[in-house]
Design a protein around this ligand. Structure first.
Ligand code: LUZ
Ligand code: MOS
Length: 764
């Protein structure tokens, strides 16, 4: 089976929010955002905008009929600025007009007078000034302080880890249509239809049952639409509700880039200590999270940072300190990995620095410290199998690590202006929402009298293939071809209280719910078949649309059985509900078993650096990934390769730049570069771990969305290995991404030093 949207996508026929034929009289909205990052609004002048023919209405904070403030964790965010602005691009007013172009003209005609306040963009500065979204959290295991003296080697360092723009192809958008008696039908590009429904109701002062949110598919989400598609849906709905006219809001690329939050940048300090055998005895890390203006999802993101701070390694003494710092940037938010990558990064830097000091290869230290079955993480969960280790071993063996290492050493001896390097990255990523209650999935399966099937779940199709997975699951459980099955839009009137499509768990939760629903329908149908075929229901199976009895094909086919079941008044629709067993986590003490299971893998990346120019190529990426028993191989491969590419982009090209006064400088596709097909290695090889059924996943599968992202980090270290072969890296702070400019500065530390001095002089 292929991705069920593939034909529609490549022929341009797949429909997104604004592709559906517009309803009569559709209005268009555009957002007037703050030109500066922090200040007090003195006056807002919309009179010029109101004079433009075709401008219908302009709404601000005072027009909100319900609650003006909202937020997933803390309700600290107003839909429109409430006297003060806290980041550049923060929504101040909504212009509603007859066309999109007029709405944008209206925005340009708005003027605001703001008294500027000091701008903070650095989380360390925010921390020093007490600008916190929440108090500092500490996770501890063993006794770090008592063990530094027992270490043979201790290394410390600091890190400046950049964020990342989601860069979904489809920018945020929503179409909201008023229906009878104050009801709204909302088409939103959201990963969280129920959060969107609830927030619209909250903003408009409506009961939730008057708001229906429907999502056919998204053009990518990556976490950017887990919490932040809501704002735009609320704005379109506000206009639709107040004007009683359908209204659509589509963000332009540059508005989407400057108005929405991104992956959280972090500043970090670490200290690592090894015994004489190369075992990590103690590790301490402090995470200063750049949370942006509002809380959004910063708290659970930071929690996952803490949980994954030791990634794949067994460390007896650990202390993790973490604090979400308030800055004047857009609220940073969920992004594939949800803080996990930021947790894993400093430990890899620490291992690299220790290896440099000990003159060993970092992978020697990585391997010696890999966690094995029975290891208990600092938050209480035990590693229950040795698959992580298997992926490491298989990566080394099947991709000939030692031969590659030798080839690189030979290459580096022969070449003076080109150097190569390799790095490995093991990943151990916990699957489940750490907010335990979110781990629930629902599915509604209908079997129609012609034998076709429709399935609706809480899962949002955002390109990742969840709809295809749901179809594949129905097909296998019913024993019918997949072309008889259609996956419907996700809709809050068909499924209630939908958890966000996030945390890699969407196919797991909704797939297991789908299995439950299919089995319930099948049980009734099997009774009908058993009566007809004079056997026991337990003996009935369906294979390729044909009913079998005790393994032998009968004359009865699926279509006939469906019709017979209908005439026998057997229920041909069912609702399945699933929650994973045995998970719990106490966020206050930071202890429990938060994850249903872990997804593992190991990736090897090789890079070549041009030591004259600082440019580089990523030559190979080879990895072994634990997929359980995959549902649709091409869909899973797409997730692994896509995650890898996005991860490589995060640590290499994707430089998110803000000026000191909080303006986004990398605010267009010309100034923000993400990897394209040409940049990615020609030689990507993905092997799936064999004989690795996962009892917790639907049909033995494992969650695959986020874990491959973290493989990309190997590119960072492979580039640095190549740089080290040219000139030893000495730095006060390790900076990611390692752009070509950064690489050049590392290659020529003396030149870099004088450049920095000159820049400082020039600034003064
Ligand atoms: N979203 C969320 C997530 O709300 N909670 C999580 O634990 C999570 N983990 C990964 C990605 N999104
Ligand atoms: Mo997410 S970071 O929306 O799984």
């Amino acid at each position: 089976m292929k991705h069920c949207d593939s034909q529609l996508h490549v022929t341009g026929r797949s429909e997104y929010v604004d592709d559906v034929s517009p309803p009569a009289g559709l209005l268009h909205a555009a957002v007037f955002g703050s030109p500066i990052a922090h200040g007090e609004i003195q006056s807002l002048d919309t009179s010029k905008a109101r004079e433009i023919p075709g401008v219908i209405a302009i709404y601000t904070f005072d027009d909100i009929p319900g609650e003006a403030y909202f937020g997933a964790i803390v309700q600290d965010e107003p839909l429109f600025a409430d006297n003060k602005v806290f980041f550049q691009g923060q929504a101040i007013a909504l212009v509603v007009a007859e066309t999109y172009e007029i709405a944008r003209q209206g925005v340009k005609a708005c003027a605001v007078n703001i008294d500027p306040l000091p701008v903070i963009t650095c989380p360390r500065e925010a921390f020093a000034k007490g600008e916190l979204h929440q108090e500092l959290r500490v996770f501890e295991k063993g006794d770090v302080d008592a063990n530094w003296s027992k270490c043979e080697t201790v290394v410390e360092g600091s890190i400046d880890l950049a964020g990342q723009e989601h860069l979904y192809l489809e920018t945020n958008r929503c179409r909201s249509i008023p229906c009878e008696d104050g009801q709204l039908k909302v088409y939103s590009s959201t990963q969280s239809p129920s959060v969107t429904q609830k927030t619209i109701a909250h903003i408009l002062g409506l009961p939730m049952n008057k708001v229906e949110v429907d999502v056919k598919r998204l053009g990518g989400g990556f976490g950017g639409k887990e919490d932040q598609a809501t704002h735009w849906a609320c704005m379109a709905s506000l206009a639709a509700f107040l004007l009683q006219k359908p209204c659509q809001l589509v963000l332009s690329r540059s508005d989407d880039m400057r108005m929405t939050g991104k992956r959280h940048p972090y500043k970090q300090d670490f200290k690592i200590g090894l015994d004489s055998d190369g075992r990590i005895l103690a590790y301490e890390v402090s995470h200063y999270q750049n949370s942006g203006a509002f809380m959004d999802l910063s708290n659970p993101v930071l929690e996952r940072t803490c949980l994954h701070s030791t990634n794949s390694y067994a460390i007896p003494h650990v202390r993790i300190r973490a604090v979400p710092c308030r800055t004047n940037l857009p609220s940073n938010t969920a992004f594939r990995g949800f803080g996990g990558p930021q947790g894993m990064f400093p430990l890899e830097v620490a291992i690299e620095k220790v290896a440099q000091k000990l003159s060993v290869s970092p992978d020697w230290i990585q391997e010696r410290n890999l966690a094995r079955s029975g290891y208990v993480f600092h938050y209480g969960q035990e590693l229950e199998d040795d698959r992580l280790h298997r992926t490491w071993q298989e990566t080394k063996e099947s991709f000939d690590l030692e031969t590659r290492r030798q080839a690189i050493a030979d290459f580096n001896k022969k070449h003076s202006s080109k150097k190569r390097g390799l790095a490995l990255m093991p990943v151990c990523f916990g699957i489940s929402f750490t907010k335990t209650f979110l781990n629930q999935g629902s599915s509604l399966v209908h079997v129609y009298t012609d034998g076709t099937v429709s399935v609706t779940t809480g899962g949002i199709e955002m390109g990742q293939g969840v709809s295809s997975n749901m179809i594949a699951i129905c097909s296998r459980v019913f024993g019918i071809p997949h072309d008889r099955i259609l996956c419907n839009s996700t809709n809050t009137s068909r499924i209630a209280n939908i958890s966000p499509s996030a945390a890699s768990a969407t196919s797991d939760l909704n797939g297991n719910a789908t299995i439950i629903a299919c089995r319930e329908i099948l049980a009734g149908m099997k009774k009908v078949a058993a009566t007809k075929l004079k056997c026991e229901p337990e003996e009935v199976t369906i294979v390729d649309g044909r009913v079998h009895c005790s393994g032998k094909a009968s004359e009865l086919d699926w279509n006939t059985l469906v019709l017979e079941s209908y005439f026998a008044r057997v229920q041909l629709m069912a609702h399945g509900f699933y929650t994973p067993p045995n998970i719990s986590f106490d966020p206050v003490v930071g202890w429990g078993r938060p994850f249903h299971y872990y997804t593992y893998g190991t990736c090897l990346i090789e890079a070549t650096v041009d030591c004259i120019q600082g440019t580089y190529t990523i030559d190979t990426a080879k990895l072994v990934h634990d997929l359980g028993r995959g549902i649709i191989p091409s869909v899973d491969l797409g997730q692994v390769e896509g995650g890898l590419a996005q991860g490589i982009g995060w640590v290499t090209l994707e430089e998110l730049a803000f000026s000191d006064d909080g303006q986004l400088l990398s605010n267009a596709l010309s100034t923000y570069k993400c990897p394209d097909g040409d940049f990615l290695p020609d030689d990507i090889e993905v092997k799936f771990l064999e004989n690795a059924d996962n009892p917790g996943g639907p049909l033995g599968s494992k969650a695959v969305g986020e874990p491959p992202f973290m493989y990309g980090m190997a590119a960072f270290f492979a580039i640095r290995r190549a740089v080290e072969a040219f000139s030893p890296i000495e730095e006060e702070e390790t900076k990611s991404p390692i752009t070509p400019e950064q690489t050049l500065l590392k290659l020529y530390p003396n030149a870099a030093h004088s450049l920095t001095a000159n820049a400082t002089k020039l600034k003064k």
